[in-house]
Write a protein that binds this ligand. Sequence first.
Ligand code: GRG
Length: 292
Amino acid sequence: MGFQEDLTAYQERVEDGVERLLPSRAARPARLHGAMRYAMAAGGKRLRPVLLLAASEVSGSEHDPLPAAVAVECLHTYSLIHDDLPCVDDSDLRRGRPACHKAYDEPTALLAGDALLTRAFELLAGPYAHAPSLGMALTRELASAAGSERLIGGQMEDIANEGGTPDEATLGFIHRNKTAALIAAALTMGFRFSEPSAETLERMREAGTRLGMAFQIVDDVLDVTATAEQLGKPVGNDHANHKDTYVALHGLEGSRERATEHTARAIEALESLGGDTTFLVAFARHLEHRIH
Ligand code: GRG
């Protein structure tokens, strides 16, 4: 199979997992579960769970990585729901549809985000109860990427710096934590399925962080160059919200160069592993090509 077929197959596995591993739409309170499923529904690229599934296959494992992949997508989706709220980015469109607080209402969206965050950890605690050391490693990885020093910390500094003059160190902190930490965690969690050495884990963290940085820079570039139809979310938002972005700091060309450099470093780290990383390497190239 070629790259595109492999990608589609991974994405279909994720869609199936999302369908099966969330509470039923009919479970009480149905409005809350409807909102969780609405926000999680197809429309996202499923980058993080695809990375996790692909990484778990490089060395193989007897355990099913799908609950962990869905857990990462739940956590990511909670962050998007909360990010779109009027008190944060105030964005009405997400994944090509009205944002969760527009399709439902603000309190329901807030709670749906909270419930998805909680569900993420339930999906690590329950399905891996028979493999406690794997479950614990996955939980630590996700909790650390999502906490106050990483995802939430990056978001905090992003908000705190709105309207200010961008500087490289601040921008690096925001992007490493707000975006790259969860992408790195997804990749590392996938490799956790094969009980890797500490050295392999560090290399994977490096690959994931580089990939995440490239992804965020590409996101900044697309916010300027793409249309809302192409992205499924409003464009020009970063500028309108006076956000610190790579484009504001380095211009379009400088940003493209940096995305290319991070992608090259990510590929180097992936290839240093030894196993069959063909799909992961192609995926890294695919993400970067969106801006060329
Ligand atoms: C401030 C209440 C409050 C909550 C914030 C922690 C948090 C919640 C938000 C994290 C910040 C955030 C939303 C980062 C976004 C990073 C990013 C590039 C998201 C887009 O990811 P894609 O393109 O989206 O993978 P799809 O829709 O394809 O899954």
